[in-house]
Design a protein around this ligand. Structure first.
Ligand code: ADE
Length: 484
């Protein structure tokens, strides 16, 4: 991820972000920070960049010319998302942060004085963001806040161990209270349940504390949490068919674009901005048409199980790319894993995975899906850095891999030809299911409807099949390069 910051105080940005996690990510090249001094681009003498506002008023304005030329110097005429930091902008939320984390390059424009000449804003700014209802002396601190929040979602920045995909247990809720050593401090003891070693009880206690805290401190967030929980309960009446929507919501990835209130829920639209994937279900074609209107313009793929939705989406330039069956593992019990040498893969395995998953050539086995949806190397890199890919080894040699997709479904399964039909696939999938259970997720996945060996494997593991067949609709042209 590349960040460019147009500012009068580049050293403020660099000094502010260099120490700590963000600085380390920049050193490793996972993100890049390019602080551009607007003053370097003025055509006026003595580095002058400001002037009085027409019509009078207090203070000075940043002039259009140096801002425009500095921006051109970064873009070279390309279209790059450009965010103006201003108290007049849209209030920053984690949802916006997630969405921005999906970009490859961002430009931040930091204002100073009383603002910036409106004419250049009209020409270069794509988004305006405020970090709160108060006024800072300039946009630098605000830009740093956004850069920090976006960077920690960039795969690899936090490292595999504390990847943000794993912290989504208590979405929409404030964090529960935490305690460390010593057990007793100032006469206050750590709550006994945390010392019990009973993971289930600990999780239940934390959830309850998080709920109480959120209801008390942030009733607005709590209301949204309850709305999401209500929809999850509705969807759970047909769990096998709706598990992808339920899990997207429960893991805090999907947002509700629309959902019928009450018991007879027929229509729902959920959108996951982090992988630009929408999920629709509709009671009839008229409702389906209305739901399709709600899809954000940047939506790249839509998962549907109704033929009339396919037709509606085709009118909107989406094309069917893959038909699959949905499977889920609703139990909480971990599965036995016979083969012991299974580990999370790091970037040293990148070429190995790409050669088998992306290219679809040679001994690639069933790589039809990858070929059709244009899975590329970038996606594999993103998944590995997210800590979402596991390898299976025999005598220290990799013989296959699998993981979970950006939209949350288990997949990417691959085994070398001579390692098939030996139970290794069963072990690998069971292992991934167990990792998902650890995170409090309900494991589910998608299997190509005509992939008989994969379907057999799911049955053997005790997974349940949804009755419906799903279709993944991909936006034509725009879908090259990414897949969920
Ligand atoms: N610039 C000055 N105040 C700001 C704020 N609250 N948010 C974003 N940018 C700003």
């Amino acid at each position: 991820m590349k960040f460019h910051i147009l500012t009068l105080f580049p050293e403020m940005i660099l000094q502010g972000l260099r120490p700590g996690i963000i600085g380390r990510a920049a050193e490793k090249g996972i993100i890049s920070l390019n602080a551009v001094n607007i003053r370097d681009y003025t055509e006026e003498r003595h580095g002058k960049v400001d002037d009085y506002p027409y019509g009078g008023g207090a203070g000075m304005l940043l002039q259009a010319q140096p801002v425009y030329v500095a921006h051109r110097a970064v873009t070279g005429g390309r279209r790059v998302r450009t965010i103006y930091m201003t108290p007049q902008g849209v209030p920053l939320t984690q949802k916006t942060v997630r969405e921005l984390a999906g970009e490859e390059e961002l430009i931040f424009l930091c204002g100073h004085y009383e603002g910036i000449d409106e004419r250049v804003l009209e020409e270069i700014v794509t988004d305006s963001i405020s970090i709160g209802d108060y006024v800072l002396t300039g946009g630098e601190l605000a830009a740093m806040v956004v850069i920090d929040a976006v960077s920690r979602l960039v795969p690899g920045v936090l490292g595999n161990e504390d990847s943000p995909e794993e912290e989504s247990f208590f979405n929409d809720l404030l964090e529960y209270p935490q305690y460390s050593r010593p057990e007793s401090w100032h006469g206050k003891s750590v709550p006994a349940v945390l010392l019990s070693g009973n993971h289930r009880e600990v999780a239940a206690w934390r959830l309850e504390e998080a709920r109480k805290r959120t209801a008390l401190r942030r009733p607005d967030l709590y209301e949204r949490y309850q709305e999401t929980q209500r929809l999850i309960r509705q969807l759970s009446k047909d769990k096998r068919n709706n598990i992808h929507m339920m899990e997207s919501l429960a893991r805090g990835k999907g947002e509700i674009l629309y959902a019928d209130a009450g018991n007879g829920m027929k229509n729902a639209a959920i959108y996951d901005g982090s992988c630009r994937t929408a999920m629709l279900t509709a009671g009839d074609a008229g409702s389906g048409r209305r739901l399709a209107e709600l899809l954000p313009a940047e939506t790249e793929r839509v998962l549907v199980s109704q033929a009339f939705l396919e037709e509606i989406l085709e009118e909107k330039q989406y094309r069917p790319s893959c038909r699959y069956r949905q499977v889920l593992y609703p139990q909480r019990t971990v599965l036995p894993v016979k083969h012991k040498d299974i580990r999370r893969l790091g970037m040293e395995s990148y070429e190995y995975v790409c050669a088998r998953y992306c290219d679809g050539t040679g001994d690639a086995g069933r790589q039809g899906e990858a070929r059709r949806t244009g899975v590329n190397r970038q996606y594999v890199k993103e998944r590995i850095l997210a800590g979402a890919v596991y390898g299976i080894f025999v005598e220290e040699e990799p013989v296959g891999f699998g993981g979970y997709h950006a939209d949350g479904g288990l997949g990417m399964l691959y085994l070398e030809e001579n390692s098939r039909r030996k139970g290794l696939g069963t072990s690998l999938e069971a292992y991934i299911i167990n990792r998902m259970l650890e995170r409090g997720w309900i494991p589910y996945g998608h299997v190509e409807a005509d992939n008989m060996p994969a379907m057999g494997l799911q049955e053997k593991l005790g997974l349940y099949f949804a009755a419906k067949t799903y279709c993944r609709m991909e936006k034509t042209l725009a879908n090259e390069g990414q897949v969920c």
